[in-house]
Design a protein around this ligand. Structure first.
Ligand code: KG4
Ligand code: ZN
Length: 367
């Protein structure tokens, strides 16, 4: 098991941990938001974090399954669930240890309850429910994308509403207006492939492997953005996105070249593809920022780790007198600190979950 930070030691299984906690004495009561344990298992990262007072990350342990899924060219849901089962106890123990606190110190548990792979989500949700029941702690169900957005609040603490956020992850692409905590307005979404999904599919077609985003970004550094003329779907008058036409254009180009025995300049194709995605994301985000009067724009989701996008968006917004906030790389991709942060704000609004909290694979953002 590969951990981003901290090491996992062999620990007793889930059932034993719950049995033990039932017999230990609870610590003194604390304000609910003091020490939140965040859990994230929506896709291929098992992560646990401890957040103090909604903003200070005491630990953020991430166990990535990427090497397990790599040989299949993408995430295999059944394997992801099994890996989460194997890893979650050790990851939580590491997060508590690294934070220097025990179960008695925790004041709430926040868990990603959707959207995502249902079997993977269920592992985190079941663990969180069991632990919350055993420890008599408030439980909060968090929307995964809301978590990505809140990673920005861990980056910059003083953000004033209204804000605009470009969300670009493996499964979602949205332009979201944040009116206040808990009030989101989606003004644009992808009509087909998400930005990250397009990166992953094009990377596979180029024979680069999984996950495709970082591999395309790396290869693109060696190529010219003008190497290939690729289409952009502007969807005039709308903040919606569409990336499947671009993806098909790349696949057709590759197929044609293969049939004709022509050589493809892979780095040039990667650079031209990345440019086409980034071009549309930037232009739509800048227009939305102008029309929403948002002085500050946030960037969220796994694709926010893309250095080219970060740089270009920052420049484009600055030219318009606006500023970009973007989380550090480790908070862009899936992690539990962002879930604990979004969970903290839900908790402050009294949005706790009951023991019937369930995993919702297709939970729409903002509902
Ligand atoms: O947010 P995330 O970690 O998981 C989901 O919630 O989907 O996003 C994963 C996505 C993948 O599609 C991956 O290829 C993409 O983020 N990604 C990137 C980069 N790093 C991760 N895309 C472009 N450039 C990157 N550097
Ligand atoms: Zn994500």
């Amino acid at each position: 098991m590969a951990l981003w930070r901290g090491r996992c030691r062999k620990r007793p299984g889930l059932v034993e941990v719950f049995t033990l906690t039932l017999f230990s004495l609870r610590g003194p009561a604390r304000e609910a938001g003091r020490f939140i344990l965040g859990l994230e298992t929506s896709c291929d990262e098992t992560s646990a974090a401890v957040l103090k007072d909604g903003k200070e990350i005491l630990s953020n342990v991430i166990s990535s399954q990427i090497t397990t899924h790599q040989r299949f060219g993408g995430v295999v849901p059944e394997i992801a669930s099994r890996k989460h089962m194997e890893n979650i106890t050790g990851v939580v123990d590491s997060a508590l240890e690294e934070a220097g606190i025990g179960w008695d110190d925790l004041t709430a548990i926040a868990v990603t309850s959707g959207p995502g792979l249902v079997g993977a989500l269920l592992v985190g949700v079941a663990y969180a429910k069991g632990a919350a029941m055993a420890r008599k702690l408030p439980l909060v169900g968090v929307h995964h994308i809301e978590g990505h957005i809140y990673a920005n609040l861990l980056t910059e603490r003083e953000l004033s509403f209204p804000l605009l956020c470009l969300v670009v992850s493996g499964g979602h692409t949205h332009l979201v207006r944040l009116l206040e905590h808990g009030r989101l307005e989606i003004i644009g979404s992808t009509r087909d492939d998400a930005a990250g999904e397009a990166f992953d599919k094009v990377a596979r077609a180029l024979g680069l492997g999984y996950p495709g985003g970082p591999l395309i970004e790396k290869l693109a550094r060696e190529g010219s953005i003008e190497a290939y003329d690729l289409p952009r779907a502007w969807l005039e008058g709308s903040y919606d996105f569409s990336f499947s036409g671009l993806k098909s254009a790349v696949l057709n180009l590759l197929n044609r070249a293969k049939q004709r025995g022509e050589e493809i300049h892979k780095a040039g194709l990667a650079a031209s593809f990345q440019e086409a995605v980034v071009d549309v994301l930037i232009q739509k985000t800048c227009r939305a920022a102008r029309e929403s009067n948002a002085e500050t724009v946030l960037l969220a989701g796994g694709v926010a780790a893309n250095g080219y996008l970060r740089e270009r968006l920052r420049e484009a917004l600055a030219a318009d007198g606006r500023r970009l906030v973007v989380p550090p790389l480790i908070l862009c991709t899936d992690n539990a600190a962002m879930i604990a942060c979004a969970g903290y704000h839900r908790l402050m609004r009294g949005e706790t979950a009951a023991v019937d909290l369930n995993a919702v694979a297709d939970w729409p953002l903002g509902t």
